[in-house]
Design a protein around this ligand. Structure first.
Ligand code: CP
Length: 321
């Protein structure tokens, strides 16, 4: 396992009212959330009297449940709504939904939506806090934060850490948000997939940087991506965001890009395996690897509750300013 320095305590930074992406948190904002997630103060927080609405226009297991568990552990009232059981089915717009939730007295809306930018739009019309739980292919900030917490607990400081992210990069909000978070924390990220699932190269220039020295590269070669990497994250094929199949033969994807025990030998010794879930075992990750000793996948899910408690506390508990 890589020996790296533990980060020094940071001066508290303001998070603002919403959590819409990782970019606007910056390196110090990320540090603040991760410190909060591990703090004793988190367990003593009470959000009693606050109402958190989980509004999901897309399916979710991990994100919705962990936001619900997080809010309930903090004593908040939680209401879960899916678009199929709301007045969205009668044509109500996102803006009117925001106004309605506001009039009902919600303090926070956790929003998952298939369209990029949906959480930003909601934030313009909702006076409480909006937490982006995934907007199309754009961003999934709490997933990035839980990935960063998991890597920090495993490696310490992320500066110089080499992380490969493999699969459907083009359609993955996790790929973008986790890459932004890793870069801001000073890690080197290798994005890897078939050329049809890699975004245009200019995309890499759009990532924000910090003074911690992270770099991002993109490759279609698994060998180049995995060589001496400290961690690898496999991504699911995002069929729901592909208008047509972008792979001539899915079996070729499994052969060329599926994570297998054999492929893991190309990584650095003691390297660790991640997946944001949901996973398709036998496609992007071989059966048995998800619960192997070097897998961080369960830890990622568990950390999802801590990170979501931390952001709820920082946004609603009067501790984020
Ligand atoms: N990683 C993630 O967002 O999983 P869910 O779709 O189950 O929430």
């Amino acid at each position: 396992m890589t020996t790296v320095q533990t980060p020094q305590p940071q001066k508290a930074v303001a998070l603002g009212r919403h959590l819409l992406d990782v970019d606007s948190l910056g390196a110090e904002g990320i540090d603040r959330v991760l410190e909060e997630a591990l703090s004793e103060a988190l367990r003593a927080t009470s959000l009693r009297g606050k109402t958190v609405v989980n509004f999901f226009y897309e399916a979710s297991t991990r994100t919705r449940l962990s936001f619900e568990i997080a809010a309930k552990r903090l004593g908040a009232d939680v209401i879960n709504v899916s678009s199929g059981e709301s007045s969205v089915t009668k044509g109500e717009s996102l803006v009117d939904t925001a106004r309605t939730l506001e009039a009902l007295g919600a303090d926070a809306v956790v929003l998952r939506h298939p369209e990029p930018g949906a959480a930003y739009l909601m934030a313009r019309y909702f006076k409480g806090s909006v937490l982006n739980a995934g907007d199309g292919r754009h961003a999934h900030p709490t997933q990035a934060l839980l990935d960063l917490l998991t890597l920090r607990q495993s490696f310490g400081d992320l500066r110089g850490l080499r992380v490969a992210i493999v699969g459907d990069i083009e359609h993955s909000r996790v790929a973008r948000s986790t890459t932004v978070g890793l870069l801001l924390c000073g890690a080197d990220v290798r994005l890897c997939g078939p050329r049809t699932l890699l975004p245009p190269r200019g995309w890499l220039e759009t990532f924000p940087r910090s003074d911690r020295g992270g770099r991002v590269t993109q490759t279609a070669s698994m060998g180049d991506a995995l060589r001496d990497a400290h961690a690898v994250m496999a991504l699911r094929m995002q069929g729901e965001r592909q208008a047509r199949s972008l792979l001539p033969d899915p079996k070729e994807f499994v052969r060329l890009y599926g994570l297998t025990r054999e492929r893991l030998k190309e990584l650095a010794p003691d390297a660790l395996v991640m997946h944001p879930g949901p996973a398709n075992e036998g496609v992007e990750i071989a059966p048995g690897l998800m619960d192997a000793p070097n897998s961080l996948i369960s830890m990622q899910v568990t950390n999802g509750v801590l990170v979501r408690m931390a952001v709820l506390r920082l946004l609603l508990g009067g501790n984020g300013e």
